[in-house]
Write a new protein. Structure first.
Length: 168
């Protein structure tokens, strides 16, 4: 092993040669700790390494890469009721294996909350009196689905409907 002066700090373990390995193999702890202490802790002296920037992939990109279906929705959507009906039909016709296959291909929602209960559980909502139900904040209004093309027909339909109710 070549002599090491304190003026020339070691940059990396390659400069120690086989001395570090021999100290470990022969069990010379003092030599090993001295060699480790001589290594420079200056970060600017370390050998530069080119790290590739990590590409952050979104969940949708990973699902497309691994050809996975969309994740199981938390609450119901317009397709969940039809999917659950298809799964029930498959269970009665073919058994649990086909139901599991359908659930894997097109998962249904985890919860089916009650509708028109203003966000409350169904049993709690039906336990309220009519006066307490009126005090509840209104549900979010649905957007009006009026278009200029169908406005004229909608107005005629509304006029005819009101004429029928007033005539009777």
């Amino acid at each position: 092993m070549q002599p090491i002066s304190l003026d020339n700090m070691l940059i990396n373990e390659i400069q120690l040669g086989t001395g570090l390995n021999q100290a470990v193999e022969s069990g010379r702890r003092a030599d090993f700790s001295l060699m480790l202490a001589l290594l420079s802790s200056e970060l600017m002296e370390n050998t530069p390494q080119d790290n590739e920037p990590e590409q952050i992939q979104t969940e949708q990109q990973l699902r497309a890469y691994f050809e996975l279906p969309s994740p199981q929705p938390l609450t119901t959507s317009e397709h969940c009721y039809q999917r659950s009906a298809d799964q029930a039909k498959a269970f009665h016709e073919s058994g649990i294996a086909s139901t599991r296959l359908l659930h894997g291909l097109q998962p249904t929602a985890l919860t089916f909350p009650a509708e028109n209960t203003k966000g409350l559980p169904e049993d709690l909502f039906h336990n309220l009196s009519i006066h307490e139900r009126r005090k509840l904040p209104p549900e979010e209004p649905r957007p009006i689905s009026a278009s200029p093309k169908s406005l004229y027909t909608s107005l005629i339909h509304a006029k005819r409907t009101s004429e029928l109710y007033h005539a009777a």
